[in-house]
Design a protein around this ligand. Structure first.
Ligand SMILES: Cc1ncc(COP(=O)(O)O)c(C=O)c1O
Length: 384
């Protein structure tokens, strides 16, 4: 009866498995949850304390529309010091999370019917946000044999006269894939050849284990056609602060502002102060949890590769492992339900991230080394 009050956009849409985890977790009392990308660690206390102190000192208001000036200048410094990239204060736009940054970017740049290339598998929010913008997501499959890198040669087949943009994400959720300098150079050439905007989701930059992270804006001619999205969620274990930023060419500044003003006006001041502190003290803060993530993924990968019929590539980046389950004879969802039922371990089917994720499951190493080891032993004992 009330159907008419729901926008057509939401009709006939089923929740995907990522959205059903609460229900699945309730099935057993002792489930080890390796499904969601939110680590078990609490944000380092100096960040919490700095934000609290700054709140007491009056940082409890709306901030400047592009974000707290001190945070913006810390972001400018961070890109210079870490990647030797020169960005200006005017190119930085603070937002409430990478998710919001992506939405603001897509909403600002796309017209209905525009096509956007996305890697498959990828973070599923891209797909949904594109649908919300009445644009079309065009998945470009990535393959384990190519270490799941986004392959511009393949992407060429998917370009039409409606293609406007390309989303990249390295290190990548869910595959953990990292693109190196030559991969990024190829993507940059491709974007220039077809005159595409690149939206680069860089939120796992601290977790690149084999080769250094290369921001695409550091490549010649890319700054004017790239929107970089980043946040403190993963690099500083600050998922609950909901704080991120976009770096965009100055010709987009007014339009980005309009979109962002309409939705939230400005990001929470205490979160911006927390982010300012986190970036300024990154050298003291990051090693402890980055080392921990690295240990978790490498130890878990070793265990996975010792279990018959499942395997994973040597970890490249992020805290995710994208596990090949093809030899078990189960599809991704069957594997997830079987492992939940028999081992009380919850992982994500690769298909939650796109059709090319069939034959894989994603394990989020968001629990301690001991719990991860216990989870892998339970999976082994299922006898897949
Ligand atoms: C690739 C990717 N982008 C964006 C996000 C969302 O990040 P935020 O917490 O900053 O919204 C996630 C979260 O898992 C992610 O994996």
């Amino acid at each position: 009866m009330k159907d008419k009050f729901i926008a057509d956009l939401h009709k006939g849409q089923e929740l995907n498995m990522l959205a059903q985890t609460e229900e699945l977790l309730a099935a057993y009392e002792d489930v080890i949850d390796l499904s969601v990308g939110d680590p078990d660690m609490t944000t380092p206390s100096p960040i919490i304390e700095a934000s609290y102190k700054d709140s007491l000192a009056g940082h409890t208001h709306y901030t400047a529309f592009r974000g707290d000036p001190e945070l913006r200048s810390e972001i400018v410094k961070y890109y210079k010091e870490e990647y030797d990239v020169d960005i200006t204060d005017e190119e930085v736009f603070v937002v409430t999370s990478a998710n919001m940054g992506m939405y603001v970017a897509l909403f600002t740049c796309l017209n209905p019917g525009d096509e956007v290339l996305i890697p498959d598998p990828c973070f599923p929010v891209y797909n949904e946000q594109l649908r919300f913008c009445r644009a079309t997501a065009v998945p470009v499959p990535t393959y384990e044999e190519e270490r799941f890198r986004f392959n511009p040669q393949r992407a060429r087949e998917y370009v039409t006269d409606k293609t406007k943009a390309l989303i990249i994400n390295t290190p990548c959720n869910p595959t953990g894939a990292c693109m190196n300098l030559s991969d990024m150079q190829e993507i940059a050439d491709f974007a220039k050849e077809f005159d595409l905007l690149v939206i680069s989701d860089d939120i796992y930059t601290g977790m690149s284990y084999q080769e250094p992270f290369v921001p695409i804006i550091s490549l010649p001619g890319m700054k004017e056609r790239t929107i970089t999205i980043n946040s403190t969620s993963k690099n500083f274990v600050m998922t609950g602060y909901r704080l991120g930023w976009a770096i965009a060419p100055d010709y987009l500044a007014d339009a980005l502002r309009k979109t962002n003003d309409m939705m939230v006006f400005t990001a929470p001041a205490p979160s911006q102060r927390a982010a300012r502190y986190a970036l300024a003290h990154r050298h003291e803060l990051m090693p402890s949890f980055m080392d921990e993530f690295k240990e978790r993924v490498f130890r878990t990968a070793e265990k996975i590769n010792s279990i018959p019929h499942i395997s994973v590539l040597p970890p490249m980046g992020t805290f995710y492992l994208f596990v090949n389950i093809k030899e078990t004879g189960l599809n991704a969802e069957e594997f997830v339900y079987k492992v939940l039922e028999k081992a009380h371990v919850l992982v994500m089917p690769g298909t939650a991230f796109g059709a090319a994720g069939e034959g894989y499951v994603r394990i989020a190493c968001t629990k301690s080394v001991e719990e991860l080891a216990e989870a892998m032993e339970r999976i082994r004992s299922v006898g897949l």
